[in-house]
Ligand binder design. Sequence first.
Ligand code: NDP
Ligand code: 2IT
Length: 445
Amino acid sequence: MNKNVESFMEDIIFKNPGEKEFHQAVREVAESVMPYIEKNPRYKKYKILERIAEPERVIMFRVPWLDDTGEIQINRGYRIQMNSAIGPYKGGLRLHPSVNLGILKFLAFEQVFKNSLTTLPMGGAKGGSNFDPKGKSDNEVMRFCQSFMTELQRHIGPNTDVPAGDIGVGGREIGFLFGQYRKIKNEFSGILTGKALNWGGSLIRPEATGYGAVYFAQEMLKTKKEEIKNKICTVSGSGNVAQYAVEKLNHLGGKAVALSDSSGMIYDPDGIDEKKLQFVMELKNIKRGRIKEYADKYGVKYFADKRPWGIPCDIAFPSATQNEISKNDAKKLIDNGCYCVSEGANMPTVPEGVDVFMNAKILYGSGKAANAGGVATSGLEMSQNSLRLAWSREEVDEKLHNIMVNIHKSCIKYGKDGNFINYVNGANIAGFVKVADAMIDQGLV
Ligand code: NDP
Ligand code: 2IT
């Protein structure tokens, strides 16, 4: 136990009561960074860690909208503008009934380090609402998005804050949000990423997080002279990140055997090939159905209320949500032979599960590094918007791939511990240094 971490955390818990996911995210970073700060006292003198853990600004607002029956509904909207030392605030919007201040603060906090790791000039933010898109009509989603943007528009801008998607926010929602911004401001500018191609979006942005998590796994495997080909992979979730992780695994000859949603999981030992993946994309992105329908269609097993971590695999790609791998799940993964975890989701492994992975010395790529491809490609979308140009699929994919290779290198630079690469420390310290130096350069603001 590090005494400095404990006294720092006491203060964080006192100032942010009840925000347990935020405490969890801050503690992880403090544990990585505190020993580094002790060796580099200027970060201590300038109280960088204390400043980084305090959002620059928290915006909370009322989001009233009319449902299809004409009844008034009221949700709460948020935007946490965490840090803008290295660029405009950047980070997704999450629409999920579980959304609260603590969850968005943890996500905004992680985003600061992740965005720094990408090497692109982006600060960190996160936002969203406790609105539940499940079971809502397109018109209800549109009215909600319009009301949400009616307030959010005064806080964002192409050089101020550029939101994007996250859980529950995909192409449909980005479209409705963008339309309302454009109408209110009488301005067509790159204020959101994840836009459609015909109005300013970037090729590869939808694919980027899933592809990036697989590229990161590829780099981790290379350190053991291994490759994705023929590896058995389990993937949780069946949304944006999960779908494109499976697609890239198929490109590289890997075999994805599981997917899930919040109701349960499917296990397809023959592998989710391209055709089956098309079915999942249609099911999830258009019909908005449940993953159980995959089992009905292809005659494979469905397990209600289960996550994929009991299935034997070489590589796991948690790609659903935070704290979806418990300590026991982590043990099961290791016992069944899993030796590589690449986190598509943000903070999917509980701290005790992370300890299990670390003690087993497997290739464990934490979310800040492994899922940074999404926001990195958002950064590329911003560049294209500024240039008023669109790059080809190959160009964007190559840039994304290079960024993931370089993030892996940064993790080695700051996380190598003898023969073991501690990707948690590597990502946290590498992300920290760039933001910390910028904060010192810019004075006490
Ligand atoms: P989607 O909304 O497209 O998909 C989310 C998937 O996870 C769905 O299958 C959903 O199931 C499942 N899920 C969500 N919440 C829960 C829960 N509480 N319990 C169990 N299952 C759940 O989101 P994304 O794919 O975009 O995001 C997935 C993860 O990746 C998140 O952690 C997000 O923060 C992270 N991420 C996303 C990026 C992006 O670019 N989109 C970038 C970097 C990280 P159901 O439909 O039943 O709710
Ligand atoms: O968690 C994340 O990095 C995202 N949801 C993507 C953020 C972005 O701005 O593309």
